[in-house]
Design a protein around this ligand. Structure first.
Ligand SMILES: [Zn+2]
Length: 349
């Protein structure tokens, strides 16, 4: 515990302690473990305690907190200088708002160890592992600048790991990738739902590796590229989601899909670009790390050109591998914009 906190302060400088209690959020910022532990002790025996993990830019944070003038505040993502931890969270699926059973916890542990083994096989060093109270955490040490490029890499990694390590039993949490993300204060008790013998409140605990080496930025980049390549080859989540097969099994003959009218109906049509190419707003634009230009030239559709299907292409790396079939899966009303129903025999004759 002391070892964990001293490593945390060593790498991140300033640490936010956040106490969440029945919807109330109370944060304080600390420069050393003693001050943080004192504040943690004063939080008493209710609610849950969390800390930030990554390195703060103290001057930016100071200005921000001053601007908040005593209002409830948390560390904004923009005040994180660099990622000093890669944080992965595996949570067993269970009734909402309740603690885990021993079996559910064991399933999450097994999954977390599988993830660590996979990354070890790729040459990654040993991470910290923690029982968070209801699930398992994995923290790798690293040093990555808080930039759009890093966000893009992390998006690819979290999406890839989620596709590989999530199922009905255990969920890999994709939401914990933002730089100011909070993590359980290890050693504190996780209180979720009623403290029931089968679903008890548990004291979280972590194991800091004796030699907690950093993951090299090159290794992070390598893993991001590996997952981005898999997505391009097999489609997003190809192994876990029969998305494209489903879309292709629809009733419409998609060679007659009026793709312009379809995008317009979804409020996503921007305008013609050249020939049969039209600019559109990407249906996944909220996942992009950079905003789209007004012209809509970063995402295009290709209207039916002869006998083939219309096309969709988004140049943002997060959309790599996505095509018109993914849009047909996302927007399920594509059939309504087809001039003809699909009739396999017609082609043969
Ligand atoms: Zn896109």
């Amino acid at each position: 515990m002391n070892d964990y906190l001293s490593r945390l302060f060593h790498d991140s400088g300033v640490v936010e302690l956040c106490h969440m209690d029945h919807g109330r959020i109370w944060s304080t910022w600390h420069n050393d473990p003693d001050s943080l532990m004192l504040a943690a002790a004063s939080a008493g025996d209710s609610g849950n305690l969390f800390t930030t993990l990554n390195r703060v830019e103290p001057a930016l944070l100071g200005d921000y907190l001053k601007s908040q003038a005593g209002r409830t505040a948390r560390t904004p993502d923009a005040c994180i200088h660099r990622y000093t931890r890669l944080f992965f969270d595996l949570d067993p699926t269970r009734p909402k708002g309740q603690s885990s059973t021993a079996d559910e916890l064991a399933a999450a542990e097994l999954r977390a160890r599988g993830l660590v083994a996979k990354l070890a096989a790729l040459g990654w060093p040993m991470p910290l592992m923690a029982m968070s109270g209801n699930g398992w955490h994995v923290q790798f040490r690293t040093a990555l600048p808080n930039t759009p490029e890093t966000s893009e890499q992390l998006r690819a990694i979290y999406a890839g790991l989620a596709a590989e390590f999530s199922d009905d039993e255990v969920q890999f949490d994709r939401a914990v990738q933002n730089p100011a993300r909070l993590c359980t204060l290890y050693g504190s008790v996780k209180r979720k739902g009623i403290n029931h013998p089968e679903r008890p409140h548990r004291q979280s605990v972590c194991q800091v590796p004796r030699d907690w080496r950093q993951v090299h930025p090159r290794q992070v980049d390598g893993l991001a590229n590996l997952y981005a390549r898999q997505t391009r080859q097999h489609g997003p989540g190809a192994t876990t989601r029969p998305a494209k097969a489903l879309a292709a099994a629809g009733q419409g003959d998609y060679a007659t899909l009026n793709v312009v009218a379809w995008f317009a109906a979804h409020g996503a049509y921007v305008g013609p670009l050249a020939g049969h190419v039209h600019g559109v707003r990407c249906p996944w634009s909220d996942e992009h790390s950079t905003p789209s230009p007004k012209s809509g030239s970063d995402t295009v559709i290709f209207a039916n050109d002869g006998d083939g299907w219309p096309g969709f292409h988004c140049k943002h790396s997060h959309c790599a591998g996505r095509d018109i079939r993914d849009v047909l899966t996302l927007w399920t009303d594509g059939d309504a914009f087809c001039a003809a129903a699909f009739a396999p025999m017609r082609r043969a004759g």
